[in-house]
Design a binder for this molecule. Structure first.
Ligand code: SF4
Ligand code: SF4
Length: 313
């Protein structure tokens, strides 16, 4: 039977001012040789294809504006070389006074999956694996236990005895994924969005194991996207094409939402089930939902404090 208990994880050192060399040394000393080699084996695969510039790149938080500009220029050139696509990679920062929150009306969602498709295209996911940051669960009525849902449902929707529960990163206020990262490659930003520096991630996948919502994805191979299908409107911390051997996740489409647009999944939803906005704005729809509806969060007992809510009419 499914359980909602968090997985037991090894205690890891958090490395101050991390460098890749320090990460490898620290992990080796703590876990022992065999365990550490097993944990970072995807990194070894990625390292074979890394250029010297990639390998020596500093953590996002330590890059000066000039270094960021150089990194972004390099990544744009790589996109042209590897994918044959002219892309623009921005460094979208949080808007002061903004805390993004999402809510879904489960009385309205009918399981059509248009949000899943929109995420797939918007975020330049691997075409062959049909990757997306959203999973829509077909749920038996009478429970909010997401472990009882099915992602492999077929046939005509909606079914009378089911409801549909879209799940993506909940942008937790107490994110266990962030706590376990040994190199601080993932963190929570001022607008509430949890991000990953894909060039700092060592691919150990601790964060993936720590997430109770199964919201993180690991790139087992370099994503394949035809040039004509690449979304060229990209951001460093969101939808630029991620390298092999790193973990990625939903960022509330920060390359859109930090520019005043709505997430791609919301725009694609034909039923109007999705509501998104700045909870600090007293006039916002999302604020109205939280003040006037009975809202639910998933796995409340874990204390992750999601910034993602569900409600019924
Ligand atoms: S849903 Fe998972 S990946 Fe997202 S912030 Fe929470 S623990 Fe981290
Ligand atoms: S896989 Fe996750 S925990 Fe490991 S380095 Fe990357 S972001 Fe951190």
């Amino acid at each position: 039977m499914a359980t909602t208990e968090p997985k037991k994880l090894p205690t890891l050192p958090v490395i101050e001012n991390p460098t890749r060399r320090a990460a490898v040394k620290g992990g080796f000393a703590t876990l022992g040789a065999a365990a550490f080699v097993a944990a970072v084996s995807p990194l070894r695969q990625a390292a074979k294809t890394a250029t010297a510039a990639e390998f020596m790149q500093k953590h996002y938080a330590e890059l000066t504006p000039e270094q960021k500009a150089d990194v972004i220029a390099r990544l744009e050139a790589e996109a042209a070389e590897k994918y044959g696509a002219e892309v623009t990679i921005a460094d979208d920062r949080p808007i002061p006074g903004t805390k993004f929150v999402y809510a879904i009306n489960l009385s309205v969602c009918n399981g059509n999956g248009k949000c899943v498709e929109a995420c797939h295209k918007e975020n330049n996911h691997d075409r062959a694996t049909n990757q997306s940051y959203i999973r829509v669960l077909e749920m038996p009525k009478g429970t909010m236990d997401m472990e009882q849902g099915s992602t492999t449902y077929t046939g005509t929707v909606p079914k009378d005895d089911k409801f549909y529960l879209p799940v993506q990163c909940q942008q937790c206020d107490e994110p266990p994924c962030v706590d376990v990262c040994p190199v601080k490659a993932t963190w929570k930003e001022d607008d509430g969005i949890v991000v990953v520096d894909y060039n700092w991630c060592i691919g150990c996948r601790y964060c993936e194991a720590a997430c109770p919502y199964h919201a993180r994805r690991f790139n087992w191979k370099a994503p394949e996207v035809p040039a004509e299908e690449i979304n060229p409107d990209q951001s460093y911390l969101s939808n630029r094409v991620r390298p092999v051997g790193v973990v990625e996740k939903c960022t509330y489409c920060l390359h859109r939402t930090r520019r005043g647009k709505l997430p791609a999944c919301l725009e694609a939803c034909p039923t109007g089930a999705r509501v998104f906005g700045n909870i600090l704005d007293p006039e916002s729809s999302i604020r109205w939902i939280l003040e006037n509806k009975r809202v639910y969060i998933l796995k409340e007992e874990l204390g992750t404090k999601p910034a993602f809510f569900y409600f019924f009419d």
